[in-house]
Write a protein that binds this ligand. Sequence first.
Ligand SMILES: [Cu+2]
Length: 561
Amino acid sequence: MFTRRELLKLGLLSGGYTLFVSGPGPRRVYGDDNLLPASPQTTPFLRPLPIPPSPPETASFTPDPACAQFVDPFKTHFFKLVEQEDSVSLHPQLPDTVVWHYRPDISNAPWPFALGPTFKARIANAVGEGVIVRMRNNLPANHVGFGVPHTTTHLHGGHHPSHSDGFPDDISGFPNFVITPEGEARGPHSYDYCYPLLDPGFFTQPRDATERPSTLWYHDHLFDFTGPNVVKGLAGFFLVFDDLDTGSETTGLQLPSGDFDIPLVLQDRRIGPDGQFRYDPLAEHEGFLGDKFLVNGAIQPFLEVKKRRYRFRFLNGSNARFYRIFLTNASGQAFPMDQIATEGGLLAAPIRGITSFEIGPAERVEVVVDFASLPATASTFFFENRLQQTEGAQPGDVLSRGAQLLQLIVGEAAPGPGPVPSVLRPFAAISQAELASARRKTFEFDQSDGWVINGRLADLEHPLTTSVRGQGEIWHLDAGSGWVHPVHLHLEFMRVLRRNGDLPPLNERDGVARKDTVNIGAGFGNVDVFVKFRDYPGPFVFHCHNIEHEDMRMMARMDIQ
Ligand SMILES: [Cu+2]
């Protein structure tokens, strides 16, 4: 019996799914043999860094009944987005590129960004103070090229109901979950996502007000076809603030804010001379690697900065590429940064003076850089990736020089906040008592006849594991040899207890950091993480965030009772 995916690959199912073919026959883009021509040469640093603005709030509307309990018509923030095909410029020397992107749905004003709008939300103090997003699918039902116009949106890193988690497919009990451009033919034409933004534990008590993410992102999560849909552009930032991390430089921790708080999503792409993305679903099973580096949807842009402190929120939005980021000058000298956050929001305390950081697919690393402290002899600096990667399976060595992803041009001095405080968002590590009573589970991520977890390909109709709400668990995550898997857990953050049996590094260690994605496998080894599911019952998933592995079924449904 063939799976849906296999049938699609054989061309036996329609679904708007067209294999990319260039010239005579399908070609490998990046794999065992590297047949597709390199992307066209482009001159770096010709265009400014795009930073998509926030979406405008819309008038209140009556959302899907599944969201009703989280809505207060006077306090909830309502948004309408549409998924749409448009042409945008990635680089001034290339023809415009057809993308599928999220954009506001309340006007036809141009949205010249590959990325969707940058949400800036506040943690809710009470039920009803969250966010509702009505997502409309206006993608072309009959399009040319890769991508599947059925979609389901995952707010990555969020703590929200199963209904709104972007479950990867329409399964029993979740009819019409995937939204389609055809409307009633397969699913609804639009879908309401509710993000209550309540502290975890609000339902089961006590709520944990130390657990507040800062940099979330939303992206398509369609079963089997997340990879092509994300390459096409379906991603955006969702930033969260509260009374400590306020978005103002005069309140709370007084971190660099506003124009000095810069989200940066790193993506690699392969582009043809026609300016269009290249993605070959037949060849990308190890993990897609591009040879063009995009930051916020532009190829190697520049950013003019003032001589003061900035906050940079790095997100690795690539399908399979890992990065090791250095702050460098033109001759390659590296300068220090202070790390302040991971996926789980602000660290308990900053990690000062790092000269580089590694960031795997879906991970976030936030740093503060003080441009006033850099040598005045230079005015141009770079975020440079020195991690070599030539196969999707795993990254290679750290080289002495690498690709300059973003140019930073330092201008005049400007007033700004002082050094990063020595305490950010302190929280207690999981107690010995709670660890002692935790249930233990093991999940092996391996390749044997497909990408499997505990020997099973993703089966969304049947949970691989079932958890009881409020019961702590310790998960041992391990991988077969030769591969790296960035493992992403939905609904809850992970507390990393041990890496290869030892105390984990500070940037992922429980008591310092929370994580929603942890790397295992070649070069990383195994981890033990503490998880506890709170508040929201229902099916969720965890999976490898090498998106090609994910699409090849390295995913498991987990049910919370
Ligand atoms: Cu993987």
